[in-house]
Design a protein around this ligand. Structure first.
Ligand code: ADQ
Length: 744
């Protein structure tokens, strides 16, 4: 309404002004026309009367002249007609002349001058025509017309002019209001669409958004620039100044993904119910993945689908196999998927851990691929896909698929829920195309993964390997500029999201002073108080390079015998995948090697290697980290390796040295560690010696830099960045859909 008034009021004012100026002009013009008409009429009457009048004057019949005048003046407009023989004579007339007109003052109305007279009777038109006769050579005929009709017509004209302008104002106002409303709505819709990043733009991956309507081009460009600036500003703010925390992640999720349907799928569940001596215990696996994904689930009240592996898992779920967690304060639910012994053997132990795990790690253990395992892998992936579909509340949920157990799941979900945003994170390395080609079902695996909207790896190197593999083996379009793969009409963004740990570490983990940890751990292991200590914490997996680590320790003692009896290495090794022969064999080898080295160098004093093959609580692991002089991570190949980051997080005293394999993802983020090739025993032994002799200042400088990095690039950032990218992708695809609809 306000908008219409803004247009209409000035319009009415302008039109009123025009009317005000135009009306007197029209009035004057019509008056002039009337005067001219009456001038002509007067001449006509004078010409008509001339002959009979001259005859009557010549015959001197005055009564006849008056009669003639009376007859003529019956015309309603002719007010009076008179004849003045001279200026001094009285006039012969039809009726009384207005007193303003006398034979003596006729000169003023002769000729083409103004013939109007405003008399007491009203406006009159006076015309004087020479009508000389033989007896009266100065004789003049006076014709007086009543001009009242002109006044009446002038009023009428003014009224019509007024009506005309009123009508014009109404019509123009209506047209203006309608056009203004329509254009305004169009503009508003266009600008809103631009602000939402929808509607009028054709957005393509890796290309500038193109406005469809040319008039929006300038504003679209400006808005895009502004939005980009704001986005990058908020990114810088979010990622730079504000430390990513669970709360920051929650806040971002609320802002970006409020009300979105979020589903996580992983093999391992975040809460495991175990039956223990007659009661049920809830266990939380010490897993980086759980730490990272829990805040997301809590913030979104989503669903976590996982294999129900606990001995009491079935007892605690509802009829739909769901259970609300965390037990103390339920915020989201776990949907448990049950697997038979055969399914677990084929899908988990077989294809995943005897096939894909060694295939991706290239740790000189031959991958074993069996058709029966593959069949179970396909079937279990299908089972999880069904669970995802049944848990989805909307047709476009955000699904976070975790790890190599579910390579086929993205495609299977995509078939059922084409609009889902599927983020797959591959926690282990991706090998080069030649190595990956070993897999007999390599195309199916690649096609399955390309069902993802976003495919995340820890390092750019793994992204490159994946894209090379796709390029080599399947009919997909690979854009190396944007790192997008187009397959089957769908885009998959291949991105690097280096995983990390929660920061700051839980208070409980670091509350015991470092000095207390040092003395307690030494006492616990029967080591002298000043004994130098190294630590390794791993699952007992052949990819972790535990044997190479022991070999390096042996070499250290060979090359620097001064450490014999003065240095011990505690290896905490959690049993893992014990059903697989290779792992059983590996455990035997590790145990034998530790025993051999201990016999060789520890007979007369503390053992150089303290091997603890058992699971430890995270708090105990942190105590070892804080008690040690060095931590040795010697993976032969590792996606990231969280142990390296946990050691750094544990050292709030800025002491301790990290020795890190160059084949871990973490090595790319922690260059201040001592980077080694685990296959080079001499180099590793030198690094061990260097760590044991490193001055406190240097330890502090290196540790501070590494702590700064882990603090900033923590696990909340890992999760947050993936979800922010997913949110942006959803906005873009909404925009594409809207655009598609408009084009249709
Ligand atoms: P993992 O191969 O399991 O993870 P890692 O990243 O080191 O390797 O994480 C192991 C976790 O288990 C750490 O939190 C560690 O503290 C804990 N842990 C290890 N041994 C333990 C023990 N004996 N007792 C208790 N806890 C123990 C996979 C990939 C990695 C990638 C992660 C996350 O192989 O490369 O970093 O996923 O993506």
């Amino acid at each position: 309404m306000k908008l219409s008034l803004r247009f209409v009021l000035p319009l009415i004012l302008v039109l009123a002004g025009i009317a005000y100026v135009v009306t007197p002009l029209v009035d004057q013009l019509t008056l002039r026309w009337f005067v001219r008409d009456i001038d002509m009429r007067s001449s006509l009457i004078a010409n008509t009367v001339q002959e009979p009048l001259l005859e009557l004057l010549a015959s001197g019949r005055k009564a006849k002249i008056v009669n003639l005048f009376n007859r003529i003046s019956k015309d309603e407009r002719l007010y009076a007609i008179a004849y003045c023989a001279t200026a001094k004579d009285a006039a012969l007339l039809s009726r009384t002349l207005p007193k303003e007109i006398r034979c003596a003052n006729l000169d003023q109305w002769e000729g083409p001058r103004d013939h109007l007279l405003l008399s007491a009777q009203g406006p009159l038109h006076v015309a004087v025509k020479a009508m000389a006769s033989e007896t009266a050579p100065e004789g003049r005929l006076v014709l007086v017309h009543d001009m009242k009709f002109v006044t009446l017509r002038s009023a009428e004209t003014k009224r019509y002019v007024f009506y005309f302008f009123m009508g014009l104002a109404v019509v123009i106002s209506l047209i203006t209001v309608i056009i203004a409303q329509l254009s305004w709505r169009g503009w508003m819709a266009g600008v809103r669409a631009l602000l939402r990043g929808e509607g009028l733009l054709v957005w393509q991956q890796g290309s500038e958004a193109q406005p469809k309507q040319s008039e929006f081009k300038p504003i679209a460009r400006d808005l895009q620039r502004l939005i980009r600036e704001l986005e990058s500003e908020s990114r810088t703010r979010d990622e730079g100044q504000v430390t990513w925390s669970a709360d920051a992640l929650r806040a971002i999720l609320h802002g970006e993904l409020r009300g979105e349907d979020v589903i996580v799928v992983s093999n391992r569940e975040p809460y495991i119910h175990q039956r223990m001596d007659g009661h049920i215990e809830v266990q939380r696996p010490a897993s980086g993945l759980v730490t990272a994904l829990e805040p997301i689930m809590r913030a979104c009240s989503g669903t976590w689908i996982a294999h129900g592996s606990g001995t009491a898992d079935r007892e605690v779920v509802d009829k739909d196999d769901r259970i609300a967690v965390p037990p103390e304060n339920p915020a989201y639910k776990i949907r448990r998927v049950w697997l038979s012994k055969e399914e677990e053997a084929g899908y988990y132990y077989g294809f995943s851990n005897e096939g894909m795990w060694p295939l991706c790690h290239i740790a000189h253990v031959r991958p074993i691929f069996r058709s029966s395992d593959w069949e179970q892998y396909v079937a279990v992936n299908r089972k999880f896909a069904k669970a995802v579909v049944s848990e989805a509340k909307t047709k476009n949920p955000i699904v976070l698929v975790q790890d190599y157990h579910f390579a086929l799941l993205p495609k299977m979900i995509r078939e059922e829920l084409p609009d889902a945003t599927i983020i797959t994170f591959w926690h282990i390395p991706w090998p080069n195309p030649e190595s990956f080609a070993i897999c007999p079902w390599r195309d199916a695996v690649l096609e399955g993964m390309l069902g993802s909207s976003i495919l995340g790896f820890h390092t750019q190197f793994h992204c490159n390997n994946f894209v090379d593999t796709v390029d080599r083996f399947i009919e997909a379009r690979v854009d190396r500029e944007s790192f997008n793969v187009s397959f089957g009409g769908k885009l998959t963004a291949v991105r690097r999201y280096p995983i990390s740990i929660a920061w700051p570490p839980e208070a409980e983990m670091v509350q015991k002073p470092v000095a207390d940890c040092r003395s307690e751990i030494r006492q616990l292991n029967n080591l002298p108080p000043e004994h130098k200590l190294g630590v390794g914490v791993d699952r007992l997996d052949y990819t972790k390079g535990i044997m190479e680590r022991f070999r390096a320790i042996e070499r250290l003692l060979e090359l620097n015998p001064e450490w014999i009896g003065r240095f011990s290495f505690v290896q905490i090794a959690a049993p893992t995948r014990t059903g697989i022969e290779e792992y059983q064999h590996h455990e035997t080898q590790v145990r034998e090697m530790a025993a051999r080295i201990n016999v060789r160098f520890g007979l007369n004093g503390p053992p150089p290697i303290v091997l603890k093959v058992q699971h430890h609580e995270p708090r105990e692991v942190y105590e070892y980290f804080r008690a040690s002089d060095l931590c040795f991570v010697s993976s032969l190949h590792d996606g990231m390796n969280l142990v390296a980051k946990e050691f750094v997080a544990a050292r709030d005293d800025d002491r301790g040295v990290l020795i890190l394999s160059q084949f871990t993802g973490a090595a790319r983020e922690l260059p201040e560690s001592l980077i080694v090739n685990p296959y080079d025993a001499d180099q590793c032994a030198a690094a061990l010696h260097m760590a044991l002799t490193m001055p406190a200042d240097e330890q502090r400088d290196r540790m501070r830099l590494m702590r700064g990095l882990v603090a900033e690039f923590n696990v909340f950032r890992w999760a947050g960045r993936m979800l922010l990218d997913a949110a942006a992708m959803r906005r873009r695809s909404k925009l594409g859909e809207r655009n598609g609809r408009e084009e249709r």
